[in-house]
Design a protein around this ligand. Structure first.
Ligand code: MN
Length: 195
């Protein structure tokens, strides 16, 4: 049994099936009905070396809110499940990710205490069919469902496609580091003895 999770979640607003393997190779098969969001989740899987299979049938005739938020909830739940006891992992991870003119900072602590610090100014209402105000909602849902401390800040950036893609890539790299094993750690990396 690897560090993986397989979750189905159905509500009146969304029907989601998600499979995550933290020790994958970056293979992704993603269909959310929102092209730009698919592109972002593909980047997340590829740059974090996570295998991610995701199918979402959301109420896109309303807007993209439920689809993006609920995907965040299910991805966060899958991360928490796949991590299990969090024994022998680094716990902390961070990345300052450049993408052309854009520079995004992301820091992760798999602390068991949910928190989102978010400072990402976006200047357009949409990128493709993705509503930019949903970026914060997505990361809020991920951080709370996975019980991680997650900080994301834009240090520089003009192009909204770059800025959003930078957040997903930076998150992938930071999470990959935080979930990585460190053979020097026996049990969990906490003086309390639990995470
Ligand atoms: Mn792109």
């Amino acid at each position: 049994m690897g560090r993986s999770a397989d979750i189905s979640r159905e509500t009146r607003e969304t029907d989601i099936r998600l499979k995550l393997d933290l020790d994958g190779s970056g293979r992704a098969e993603i269909q959310t009905g929102i092209g730009f969001f698919d592109h972002m989740l593909n980047s997340f899987a590829r740059h974090g070396f996570f295998d991610l299979s995701l199918s979402v049938k959301g109420d896109l005739h309303v807007d993209t809110h439920h689809t993006v938020e609920d995907t965040g909830i299910v991805l966060g739940t899958a991360i928490k499940q796949a991590l299990g006891s969090k024994a022998s992992i680094k716990r902390y991870g961070s990345m300052i990710l450049p993408m052309d003119e854009t520079l995004i900072l992301c820091a992760v602590d798999l602390s068991g205490r949910p928190y989102l610090g978010y400072d990402v100014l976006l200047t357009t209402e949409r990128v493709g069919d993705f509503e930019t105000e949903m970026l914060r909602e997505f990361f809020y849902a991920v951080s709370y469902a996975s019980e991680m401390n997650l900080h994301i800040r834009k240090l520089a950036g003009e192009n909204n496609h770059h800025v959003i893609e930078g957040t997903f890539k930076a998150f992938a790299k930071a999470l990959d580091e935080a979930t990585s094993p460190d053979h020097r750690i026996t049990g969990v990396l906490s003086t309390k003895g639990t995470l």
